[in-house]
Design a protein around this ligand. Structure first.
Ligand SMILES: NC(=O)c1ccc[n+]([C@@H]2O[C@H](COP(=O)([O-])OP(=O)(O)OC[C@H]3O[C@@H](n4cnc5c(N)ncnc54)[C@H](OP(=O)(O)O)[C@@H]3O)[C@@H](O)[C@H]2O)c1
Length: 273
């Protein structure tokens, strides 16, 4: 058998729960899992915009007749709704093999002192509180079966904070710390805890959301750089989840080539002393 020939076999029958699957990295991750598993998987796809999830479901079902897809509107910032959602999953989707905590956002690039309190709350409730509540709920189910993968979308921002990123960087540092603790607590189990930490990824909406619909500011983030694409991160996520059961890819810090312009954006020109 070829080294990579058994990836579809490793994924066969797995139930994969992705938050923020309506666009960007989450959307592409759903597609890549479906392709890597040749459709012999189950997907729980959540985000706030259910119509986008349903369009993705339609496409997946057409391409892979065996695939089972459940779509649901789940706003992870509404913490109280998360536990009931997981508890009430239909039996067929109730055993979760892979959780991808992907929903997340950056809002603004404002210096500390001028950050809108609403933005602070929205970033923390989405990137941190919602992620924690969902993880706490799912990990107990995984512990019961002594198996499962928890894949966390961190960021370079969680390791290397930059001016203007006071809150976003803090949320990703919080995710990173929480993820470390979780991995250590589960070190003697078969549950794998994986963190993916990308640099700039040129997804359709991430920067648009950050700059609240200002398309030219959003485009400027990627100007003169070769950013990562959502596909690159989706590929990594699927790669980490399809290693042999004995292998945990604990962390991956990943960035695109030619990032100097992005560096300028957050830190000022490189040649400025
Ligand atoms: N793009 C980057 O440069 C980059 C770099 C490093 C890390 N990351 C991280 O990677 C993850 C995905 O980024 P992306 O670029 O794919 O972002 P994106 O294109 O903006 O997509 C974000 C996803 O999260 C969902 N979402 C937003 N608020 C939500 C909420 N309250 N409840 C549930 N879902 C919510 C959105 O769907 P709805 O609007 O339909 O809810 C969307 O599906 C994030 O955690 C981000 O921090 C991104």
């Amino acid at each position: 058998m070829s080294i990579f020939g058994n990836i579809a076999q490793r994924l066969a029958g797995k139930n994969i729960f992705i938050t923020g699957a309506s666009t960007g990295i989450g959307y592409l991750t759903a597609k890549y899992f479906a392709e890597a598993g040749a459709g012999n998987i189950k997907l729980i796809l959540t985000a706030r915009r259910k119509e986008k999830l349903d369009a993705l479901k339609e496409e997946l079902v057409k391409t892979y007749p065996n695939i089972k897809v459940l779509t649901a509107s789940l706003d992870v910032s509404k913490i109280a709704t998360i536990r009931p959602f997981v508890k009430e999953l239909p039996k067929e989707f109730s055993e979760i093999d892979v959780l991808v905590n992907n929903a997340g956002k950056a809002l603004g690039l404002d210096p500390i002192g001028t950050i809108d309190t609403k933005d602070v709350e929205e970033m923390f409730s989405t990137n941190v509180l919602g992620m924690i509540e969902l993880t706490q709920t799912v990990v107990e189910l995984m512990k019961g079966r002594n198996k499962g993968d928890i894949i966390q979308l961190g960021s370079v921002a969680g390791r290397d904070p930059y001016p203007g990123g006071g809150i976003y960087c803090a949320t990703k540092a919080a995710l990173r710390s929480f993820t470390h603790v979780l991995r250590k607590e589960l070190i003697n189990t078969k549950i794998r805890v994986i963190e993916i930490e990308p640099g700039n990824v040129a997804t359709d909406e991430f920067s648009l959301v950050r700059f609240k619909g200002d398309a030219s500011r959003a485009a400027n983030v990627y100007k003169d750089t070769e950013p990562l694409m959502g596909e690159d991160i989706a590929e990594l996520i699927v790669f980490t989840a399809t290693r042999k059961e004995n292998t945990v890819i604990a962390e991956t810090l990943v960035f695109g080539t030619n990032q100097a312009s992005a560096f300028h954006l957050y830190r000022g020109p490189l040649d400025k002393k």
